[in-house]
Design a protein around this ligand. Structure first.
Ligand code: PLP
Length: 429
């Protein structure tokens, strides 16, 4: 496999950017080796600067649910950009976006567009604090809500990958306001609320954890959080930056039948452009400036080109049977991977939710963060590289969920399973 051009770029990049990248996990530190540089992408595939082609299960970390460079999305972007890239005054697409969000996710009575998932979550907790007059927030070990100061406490994703769940630079006084809980532990949540419930502004949770691999909620767990929040007057915030429009058209809240007070979105609603959104109960959102005193703003928020890409993507995923087809594919793939691992004598279990899944090098079905981090990361890293050499790109960390798109067809699944049969044999050797 030729990698010279990527290697040269990475050599230059390391001198110019921390780790040679603009987001830590891209540097491949967890799995070792060097990242490849993308030249272009189409459908289910990434093509690198050396001409190598990879079936992509990262999908730009989630947004590309309809596949890369989908013609409908590219057309919408091209059409919109001819009218100008940014206006700094309201544009009609923002209104259509807010209407679409409310139609697909009814709890989003009102919304505000921002430019990333990070902005969405930090705006949501500011609102929770402002609206309740309380300071403390609750998050879960291994959950990642972007790199806002309050969230870099026992965080997942890159923070977990690099063993830096608590970042220097976050003032202790602020970190002390973030309380953490083990996800899926009913008792721990009950106990924390009994002790500190009156001080808690909000509970922010990835309803399906996608930043400590992929962990599904135990039966009734999200409902338990809903009840605790209601009882103690705290706001329940679903961070659906990853799960939104991915695990069901209406997100995890539709899948589990829970109505949060606030939600955050990103990734898919931008269709590959930099977008986030937060929203929820109208009485809360009316407290955001200029209707209310809680300040939040953005020069490029609601950008027309970004809205066009997001709306085109949301249009595609509303096709009848879209998510059902994705879910069938995920089962086909995960069943195939489990069988291939079994044949090679490699312990592997999977967790799945529609177009999102996790591979665990473990004998056990994983339901907690503690189990997720106890998995065999050495085996994962070997598997990752064995797959990469065979043209399959998984997330370069054992602590990330994997994604499917509607462009992953029979050929891509067959190629992946063929590669996996050989890769598992390498892992077992
Ligand atoms: N929330 C969740 C659940 C995420 O997975 C992420 C990013 O992966 C974020 C928030 C932050 O989003 P962004 O990287 O767009 O700032």
């Amino acid at each position: 496999m030729k990698t010279d051009t990527s290697h040269d770029l990475f050599t230059r990049a390391r001198d110019l950017m921390p780790g040679g990248v603009n987001s830590p996990v891209r540097a491949f530190r967890s799995v070792g080796g060097e990242p490849f540089f993308a030249q272009r992408a189409e459908g289910a595939c990434l093509i690198d600067v050396d001409g190598n082609r990879y079936v992509d299960y990262v999908l730009s970390w989630g947004p590309m649910i309809a596949g890369h460079a989908h013609p409908a999305v590219l057309d919408a972007v091209a059409r919109t950009m001819r009218d100008g890239l940014s206006f700094g005054v309201p544009n009609p697409l923002e209104v259509t976006m807010a209407e679409t969000l409310r139609k697909l996710v009814p709890s989003m009575q009102m919304s505000r567009m921002v430019n990333s998932g990070t902005e969405a979550t930090l705006s949501a907790i500011r609102l929770a604090r402002g609206a309740t007059g309380r300071s403390r927030i609750v998050k879960f070990e291994g959950c990642y809500h972007g790199h806002g100061d309050s969230f870099l406490v026992k965080a997942g994703s890159g923070a977990l990958t690099f063993g830096l769940p608590n970042s220097p630079g976050v003032p202790k006084a602020l970190a002390d306001l973030t309380l953490t809980l083990p996800y899926n532990d009913f008792e721990a949540a009950t106990k924390l609320f009994a002790e500190a419930g009156e001080d808690i502004a909000g509970v922010i949770v990835e309803p399906i954890v996608g930043n400590a691999n992929c962990i599904l909620p135990r039966d009734g767990y999200l409902q338990h959080l809903r009840e605790l929040c209601t009882r103690y007057g705290a706001l329940l915030i679903f961070d659906e930056v990853m799960t939104g429009f991915r695990v069901a058209l209406g997100g995890a809240q539709a899948r589990y039948g829970i109505t949060p007070d606030l939600s955050t979105f990103g990734k898919i609603i931008g269709g590959g452009m930099p977008v986030g959104a937060y929203g929820g109960r109208a009485d809360l959102m009316r407290q955001v400036a200029p209707d209310g005193p809680i300040y939040q703003a953005g020069t490029l928020s609601g950008n027309p080109v970004a809205m066009a890409a997001g709306l085109a993507t949301l249009e595609l995923i509303q096709a009848p049977g879209f998510h059902e087809a994705l879910e069938r594919r995920t089962h086909e793939l995960c069943d195939g991977l489990e069988a291939a691992a079994r044949d090679a004598g490699v312990p592997l279990t999977t967790n799945r939710s529609c177009a999102m899944f996790g591979l665990f090098f473990s004998e056990q079905q994983v339901e907690t963060y503690a189990q997720a981090i106890a998995c065999d990361t050495v085996a994962f890293n070997r598997f990752f590289h064995a797959m990469l050499r065979r043209g399959v790109y998984l997330a370069p960390s054992a602590f990330e969920a994997a994604f499917l798109s509607s462009a992953h067809g029979d050929a891509e699944i067959a190629h992946t399973l063929e590669a996996a049969r050989e890769a598992f044999r390498e892992v077992a050797a």
